[in-house]
Design a protein around this ligand. Sequence first.
Ligand code: EPU
Length: 418
Amino acid sequence: MCEYIVSGGNRLNGTVKVQGAKNSVLPVLAASLLCSGESIIHNCPDISDVAVSDRILTSLGCTCSFADGTFICDSTDAAGTEICDGLMSEMRSSVIFLGAILARFGRASLSSPGGCELGLRPINLHVEALRKMGAEINEEHGKLVCVVPDGLHGCTIDLSVASVGATENIMIAATAANGRTLIRNAAKEPEISDLANYLRSCGADINGDGGTVIEINGVGRLHGCEHTVIPDRIVATTYMSAAAVCGGDVFVMGADANHLVSVIPCFEKMGCYVTSGREGVRITSSGRLRKIGTVRTGEYPGFPTDAQPIMLAAVCTARGTSVFVENIFSNRFRYVSGLTRMGADVGVVDRVAVVNGVKELYSADTEATDLRGGAAMIIAALGADGTSHIASAEHIDRGYERLDENLRQLGAKITKEN
Ligand code: EPU
């Protein structure tokens, strides 16, 4: 068990390079199972969820290596069809392997996925879609046992919710299926287009990603390719939020402002000055923030649910009242009790949080309840008076590469200890 130790009050200045997107690389690594030959994935973040993917791929018979930001997976000799419970429970994205294993081997066996506890996270849409494509899926002793008697076939799938993971699972399975698959009400997140770009580089025929209807014409087996993962928009938001709270001038190198269209105006409302160019996004803040009114999370290009805790932590010391409405997950305010322990005035009723800005936060011993909730604790602690201890750092390390080093480089006082 690790903890972050953060002493607040330092201004942040300088440049931080944003890592590759966790939510892109995880489905890309799962999809690499469909390729014969090597997938060479650049800008791969060094995070624990990637380490779990590495272990899953290796357990399925792939040969993997990861060094200097490049992950190489050769799945030529893959043969496994089962993911053990231990690996399944470590991250939500393990379910994305279902489509890939079924498409390659015609059978799969895995238990329910783990991941952050953000309320109910069913996988019914994944299962229903794969069934429609020809898979027989049964639950036996807590495991999903899946077989495809006559091969996967294309079909039209109307998603009742524009689920990111279900869209990815269907896209991956459909590339190897017979015929055409249409996904209606598909997720539009940039990570979907990144997966589509990777699959196209491997020989897949996919159109319409980034819009609500995605068409996939099955091509059978894919070949390897080289692919560079897009920058992580939530990690970029995290560094911007840290700069906003602490005050200072921070350049987030590599951040793509096009992916931050709903986030940048929030920083501007808070009184920060944001500029962007091809190289990245720069934020300047006096550290004295204003309320941001009402923020409603939504599907892309709406305000990302993953940025909600990170932005909420920033407005705890802003002048005035801000409101957050969580529309994606049923229980994504668990981290708020940690903020109130630091003196924040936040009231939560169901899916709405009302934040009355206080003059300052003070240090406390808190805990990362989940990945982004943990990031929220770090941001609050960076702006607080005194030294805070944030336990269960492993939640944060699932998605942030060298967070302490990067923040230290900007002038923050933060260390990670066992
Ligand atoms: N849903 C269902 N049935 C399903 C699938 C989803 O009802 O079969 C519901 C969920 O319960 C939720 C909504 O649909 O209420 C959206 O869930 P979605 O499937 O889109 O989320 P996900 O694929 O599980 C990904 C990211 C999350 C991010 C969400 C929303 C990855 C690995 N995870 O999760 O990222 O919050 O999309 O954008 O891509 C994070 O990075 O901290 C994180 C939680």
